[in-house]
Design a protein around this ligand. Structure first.
Ligand SMILES: [Fe+2]
Ligand SMILES: [Fe+2]
Length: 351
């Protein structure tokens, strides 16, 4: 394996000079959210400064992902209903879709977007069972391949060709990136995250998400590593993985108390992630026009009512013991309520 590119040499690589900056609005949101107290007024001010951007966020907030019956009309309303963290995640998703919008027309690059989103959605759920902050894991998952996104936005044709060569020859993508661009997407991601002053969790995820943790995951970077591997294993890959992970191998890398809670049905989980990706792209893309190149556009107005929580259920399926415990709890609580009503009625009638 070749030596990693030195930091100073990385900055001088001609292939990186063309990488455009991430949307400034995102950098301002990050700045705001790293401060101790988030000012909601300030966040709304930043997001509404770009009407097209805030309209995209609202479209996503009103998508079947959340299943609200009444319409969310403003960002303030979205903040009340969905909460600050969810609105921030929506803003990041819209910004990432916008950043790579032109590249999405190429089949190979469109797969990168699907992988990115699948990784974010899965990392968010894995974080919950691993005791890590789920909103941070979502954003770190969304930006884990930021180096790849930078390269493909700057060199769409070359990057797509490189992915074709990797897929046809069964070659390692990181190695090919080093050959073609002088650095792999982890090195580029680390450099971009530093250049754009992104939070530490995102810098680490961008630079190390292909490094297998030495033991059970205990930080956001580890969760994103598993999110990326699980996305690949479910078929949301950029190029077919040379050695796909089994669900058993992924479970082994979870913290001990999380292992018993990780019972996904692969088919169910794949379908659930697929539906979310579709809903995200229909709602988040500018003009709601993003869809797989060469494919018919998905129906945006389908009255699908599945909510985001359902993805959690496909990862954390109730084990027989948990289901039994849950049913017993319902029976006992119901029994107590009936007994209390009976005793109270008896007491009142016999006073
Ligand atoms: Fe990657
Ligand atoms: Fe990945």
């Amino acid at each position: 394996m070749p030596e990693p590119v030195a930091e100073s040499a990385l900055k001088d690589l001609p292939s990186l000079a063309k990488i455009p900056a991430f949307p400034p609005i995102v950098l301002r949101v990050f700045d705001l959210l790293t401060s101790e107290e988030v000012e909601v007024r300030k966040l709304v001010e930043i997001l509404t400064a770009d009407p097209a951007f805030s309209a995209q966020i609202l479209r996503l907030a009103n998508s079947p992902l959340f299943g609200f019956h009444s319409r969310i009309e403003s960002l303030q309303h979205a903040l009340v209903i969905l909460g600050l963290r969810r609105v921030r995640s929506l803003a990041m998703t819209v910004a990432t879709a916008n950043y790579m919008q032109a590249a999405l027309k190429i089949q190979e690059l469109y797969r990168c977007w699907r992988h990115t989103l699948a990784c974010a959605l899965i990392s968010e759920e894995l974080a919950r069972i691993c005791g890590q902050p789920d909103d941070v894991a979502y954003t770190a998952g969304l930006l884990h391949d930021v180096g790849r996104l930078g390269l493909l936005v700057a060199h769409p044709a070359e990057y797509a060709q490189m992915l074709r060569n990797a897929a046809q020859g069964g070659l390692d993508t990181l190695e090919l990136e080093r050959k073609v661009f002088g650095a792999d997407h982890c090195e580029v991601g680390r450099m971009l995250a530093e250049r754009w002053n992104l939070p530490e969790d995102i810098r680490l995820a961008a630079g190390r998400h292909h490094d297998q943790p030495g033991g059970p995951v205990d930080d956001v970077t580890g969760v994103v590593y598993l999110g990326c591997q699980l996305a690949d294993a479910l078929g949301f890959w950029v190029t077919p993985p040379l050695r796909p992970r089994s669900l058993e191998e992924i479970r082994e890398l979870l913290p001990e108390d999380a292992r018993s809670r990780f019972h996904p049905d692969a088919e169910q989980l794949r379908d659930s992630v697929e539906r979310r990706i579709r809903s995200h792209e229909v709602a988040a893309a500018p003009g709601a026009s993003s869809h797989a190149p060469g494919e018919a556009q998905p129906e945006p107005a389908e009255p699908e009512t599945e909510r985001v929580e359902d993805l959690r259920e496909t990862i954390v399926a109730a084990t027989p013991a948990r289901a039994l415990w849950r049913d017993l709890t319902v029976v006992v609580v119901t029994g107590l309520i009936f007994s209390a009503v009976f005793i109270l009625t008896f007491y009142l009638l016999n006073r």
